[in-house]
Ligand binder design. Structure first.
Ligand SMILES: [Cu+2]
Length: 100
């Protein structure tokens, strides 16, 4: 979305009604570093966030999306995915599928 990107997480649902913090962290899974961008907490497996970063900027360095067990157990990681290791090398990007 130009200078922004929409991040959509669709995971197997965690505990019902529990907000699971999610962030884009510096580094790579499983030993991610600090938080780079906060994402909307995952609830029932779903989260959508508009992030003030370009896709290119996220792909040009080492970042990972990390989901935490809960606010109380934020030190427990339940999901992690390296942004730079998306199967196929990079997300599909063409005007016809909504990315611009
Ligand atoms: Cu995090």
């Amino acid at each position: 979305m130009g200078s922004q990107i929409q991040v959509v997480l669709n995971l197997a649902a965690g505990p019902a009604g529990v907000d699971q913090p999610a962030h884009i962290h510096d580094g790579q899974c499983p030993g991610v570093a600090g938080i780079k961008y906060s994402l909307t907490s995952v609830k029932d497996g779903k989260s959508t966030t508009t992030v003030n970063a370009t896709l290119d900027s996220l792909m040009s360095s080492s970042f990972a999306i990390n989901v935490h067990k809960s606010g109380a157990e934020v030190s427990v990681y339940t999901s992690c995915g390296n942004i730079s290791s998306i199967p196929g090398g990079s997300p599909t990007s063409s005007p016809s599928d909504g990315y611009n």
